[in-house]
Design a protein around this ligand. Structure first.
Ligand SMILES: [Zn+2]
Length: 358
């Protein structure tokens, strides 16, 4: 891959990002507006979704469902701490000028022990103890774009739990409230299977939207608006989210089975392979480019993000190694096989097509 793709002269380095300001009470209404716009892209007249933002600092997300004027209506509650965490973690990751090199620049690199923190406050504190890091205007644009993309992934993920029938199924069978960070009364295998379904659909939806929808294209910085730029952004988004989000790294089958969600590499791999099938079907000429970008960028990303933290990198390597072992491979296939048993159960609750079966 050509490293210096963006030959843009630097601006004066002068901007320090501040996630508290972005999520301050006066900005919350703009924030909710963004959420509702993203929801609007997915929701049809068959159901309604509204969102609220709370200050819980627990990274929690929940969905409730009610009947409203004869159609199903859902409310998603997001903890703003999660979005602050994404905002700040991206600030840390993009302070490394090797990532999207040439697209603006950062005055230095954050050196903090780990992004794997229990809450947003501890990340904020770690960053505050670091030397001041400033972005130029282009780096700021890149940060804002990738932040919105990651936000979009997470919001779409929740809407897909509704659209794919998971919330109604669970509402019917088990629970009135759906919690993203729990198993919702299901076995871990079943819950991980549903997570695989939504991640796959969301990643394909993001690729499809950015490649085909002109209003979505307009929101992409010009430097990344072509197919390769879209692939780079989308792959970065899942690498960042699944590897930087706290925890869920597995080094054995026992650890993989203990999580509500598939471990980091499996979530990345499920999304990537769904994207690969989509590209093969719709953009066959770009299939090799997409596959190569995944291979080249993955370890460049992982190494760049974690080069200052060998312990964390070791955990990631072990997660990757286990996922690519026979045991990890068998586990991945169990999830795919299990999905075939879920499709008929969900069918009567779905609003949008489910992930395709194997
Ligand atoms: Zn989920």
């Amino acid at each position: 891959m050509e490293r210096l793709r963006f030959d843009i002269p630097g601006f004066d380095l002068k901007i320090k990002l501040n996630s508290s300001e972005t999520c301050s009470p006066e900005k919350i209404s703009g924030f909710e507006h963004t959420i509702n716009n993203l929801i609007g892209e997915l929701v049809t007249e068959e159901f309604e979704v509204s969102a609220t933002v709370k200050e819980l600092n627990t990274f929690s997300i929940s969905i409730s469902a009610v009947h409203n004027r004869g159609i199903r209506a859902y409310q998603i509650s997001f903890d703003v701490g999660l979005f602050k965490w994404i905002y700040d973690s991206l600030y840390v990751v993009l302070s490394n000028n090797d990532i999207f090199s040439g697209f603006g620049s950062s005055s230095g690199r954050f050196s903090i022990p780990t992004l794997d923190v229990p809450d947003w406050n501890s990340l904020d504190l770690a960053m505050a103890n670091n030397e001041e890091v400033l972005f130029d205007a282009d780096r700021l644009t890149l940060h804002g774009y990738l932040y919105t993309l990651c936000l979009s992934f997470i919001i779409r993920h929740e809407v897909r739990h509704i659209a794919n029938g998971h919330v109604d199924y669970l509402h019917n069978e088990l629970n009135p409230l759906f919690y993203e960070n729990s198993r919702n009364g299901l076995s871990t295998m079943d819950n991980q299977t549903l997570e695989m379904d939504v991640d796959s659909c969301v990643f394909v939806g993001i690729l499809h939207g950015m490649l085909n929808d002109s209003s979505q294209k307009e929101r992409i910085p010009e430097e990344l608006r072509d197919e390769m730029g879209v692939f780079m952004s989308a792959l970065f988004c899942i690498q960042f989210l699944f590897y930087c989000l706290p925890s869920r790294k597995a080094t054995s089958i026992a650890e993989a089975e203990a999580n509500s969600h598939p471990n980091a590499y499996l979530r990345y791999f499920f999304s990537f392979t769904a994207g690969l099938s989509y590209i093969e079907e719709n953009w066959p000429n770009h299939l090799d480019a997409f596959g190569n970008l995944h291979k080249e960028n993955f370890w460049q990303f992982i190494n760049s993000v974690f080069e200052n933290d060998s312990v964390q990198l070791e955990k990631i390597r072990l997660d990757y190694d286990w996922s690519n072992s026979q045991e990890g491979f068998d586990y991945m296939n169990r999830i795919w096989d299990n999905w075939n048993s879920w499709i008929p159960r969900l069918q009567r609750f779905t609003y949008l097509p489910l992930a395709s079966s194997t």
